[in-house]
Design a protein around this ligand. Structure first.
Ligand code: AMP
Ligand code: ZN
Length: 474
């Protein structure tokens, strides 16, 4: 299956070719756990989940790594302000560790409800301080750092390729167009690798280091942890679009400077923002919507997932409760249509290519369209249209529709077959198993095999043993 993605590095659509055959290493910047995730953050994680599912659909073995930022992320991305975790702890009267635990739990509760697959590796910044110190030491040995006022900085003037991702103009950077408050910086775009001097005296999260007791700069963790779990060069790095100018730009600089290998990451994918009528939704500015709030308003988390799939990840998506209500009613309509499909009809899904012979031409054609659309820079609005075309098709037998839908749902993650009611499905499975036993007793092996295939098509595997037949979902 062909895949092409819009690579922010170079700003163009590129065919996807993995670094190692059949495998993909993918890193997504995870949440800063000082508050609940807002639905804008969740849009970005849905996009990353779709990306991972598409890669797996295409047959890759994906290692998906996500960090949890529980230290070092200041209220301003460029080293100004207070540590977000410390601020949240101070305001709520709880310890930073309690805050981290509580909001990490809340985050994964949200992602589970949204059918976002859990990353293969979830790694906390505070568990990887040694790796971060190791990275700063490497940078120091290679001459990319300097010390000023107690902090260790990365010197962007030592790294001529600085700003490649963000298309920053290095001349302009040197001129220092941006207002910067940190007098210790030689270039205003230099960034802190290790803080020992904190503006806030009672900073609680501090560690010993060769440069004194302190804490890491925010950008450092993503370089240190991604390389720990994915190696010094890997396939895909993603996040929200706001990460391009500072966070990802700095991650690239420190990673490539430390290893001397370029490119550190082959493909950079960025999700556009979810916006409100008033503009960008943001955690730090307050007034944001959480998934719980949508649930309180009577929506299912999957309504929000469906809503997000209706927009392309590279376009801004405007959130409104009216828009969400339209998505919810479209999803209800879809699920209702699916529930009316004939459950008893024969299904044979097979596992691999869409063009497999168990589908007639119409269903196979729609599966091919679906495959082309998801492979074309994750065009989920078109993929949803393919799903609808399948459901509404007059000439495709119900069994084939169900089997094709089951395949599509591996990417969509909308629990489409649950529309048929899990309990109803279970008793139906039991009935088919009984019928198969009867067929075998009557030596009607053709029917017995047919029933096994029908169940296989629904993701049910039968295991015969002297004690009877057991089944499991796969
Ligand atoms: P944070 O927890 O603030 O580090 O953000 C987590 C992720 O959400 C990052 O990838 C951000 O780029 C992304 N993000 C932040 N605000 C929005 C938004 N309004 N819409 C979509 N993604 C966002
Ligand atoms: Zn990051």
């Amino acid at each position: 299956m062909d895949l092409r993605f819009y690579n922010s590095m170079g700003r163009e659509l590129q065919d996807f070719v993995s670094v190692r055959a059949g495998k993909v290493g993918m890193y997504g910047c995870g949440p800063t756990v000082y508050n609940y995730a807002h639905i804008g953050n969740l849009r970005t994680y849905i996009f990353e989940d779709i990306l991972r599912r598409v890669l797996e659909f295409a047959g890759y073995e994906v290692t998906h790594v996500m960090n949890v930022t529980d230290v070092g992320h200041l209220t301003d991305d460029a080293d100004d302000g207070e540590d977000k975790m410390e601020k949240s702890a101070r305001e709520s009267g709880r310890s930073v560790w309690d805050i981290a635990e509580m909001f990490t739990g809340a985050f994964f509760h949200d992602t589970e409800r949204l059918n976002i697959l859990r990353p293969s590796v979830v790694c906390r910044a505070t568990d990887h301080i040694a790796e971060m110190i190791g990275l700063v030491s490497r940078l120091e040995e290679r001459g990319f750092t300097y010390e000023a006022g107690g902090n260790i900085y990365f010197s962007i003037d030592k790294f001529p390729a600085y700003g490649r991702l963000a298309l920053l103009d290095s001349q302009r950077l040197v001129a220092g167009a941006r207002v910067e408050v940190d007098a210790g910086k030689r270039n205003p775009h230099d960034f802190v690798l290790w803080f020992t001097r904190s503006k806030f005296e009672n900073q609680t999260m501090v560690w010993d280091s060769p440069w004194g007791r302190g804490y890491p700069g925010w950008h450092l963790e993503c370089s240190a942890m991604s390389m720990r779990y994915l190696g010094e060069q890997f396939d895909i790095h993603c996040g929200g679009i706001d990460h391009i100018p500072v966070h990802h730009t700095n991650e690239i600089a420190q990673s490539e400077a430390a290893t001397g290998k370029c490119p550190w990451v082959k493909y950079w994918l960025h999700g556009e923002f979810l916006i409100m009528d008033r503009g960008k939704m943001s955690k730090s500015r307050g007034g944001f919507l959480t998934l719980d709030r949508l649930v309180e308003e009577g929506f299912s988390p999957l309504d929000f997932r469906y809503f997000c799939l209706g927009g392309h990840y590279r376009s801004q998506l405007k959130f409104s409760f009216d828009g969400l209500a339209s998505a919810a009613s479209a999803r209800a309509n879809l699920m209702e249509r699916i529930s009316r499909l004939d459950r008893g009809s024969s299904v044979s899904a097979g596992d691999s290519s869409c063009a497999d012979s168990s589908f007639g031409e119409a269903a196979a054609g729609l599966l091919r369209d679906f495959e082309a659309d998801i492979g074309d820079d994750l065009n989920m609005p078109k993929a949803l249209a393919d799903l609808w075309a399948l459901v509404k098709h007059q000439d495709i037998p119900d069994g084939e529709k169900l089997a094709a839908m089951q395949r599509m749902d591996r990417v969509l993650g909308l629990n489409l077959l649950e529309a048929r009611g899990v309990e109803a499905l279970d008793s139906e499975i039991e009935a088919l198993i009984q019928e198969r036993l009867g067929a075998r007793k009557a030596k009607n092996f053709a029917r017995a095999d047919e029933i096994r295939d029908i169940l296989k098509g629904r993701g049910i595997l039968l295991e015969d043993s002297p004690d009877g037949t057991r089944w499991k979902r796969v």
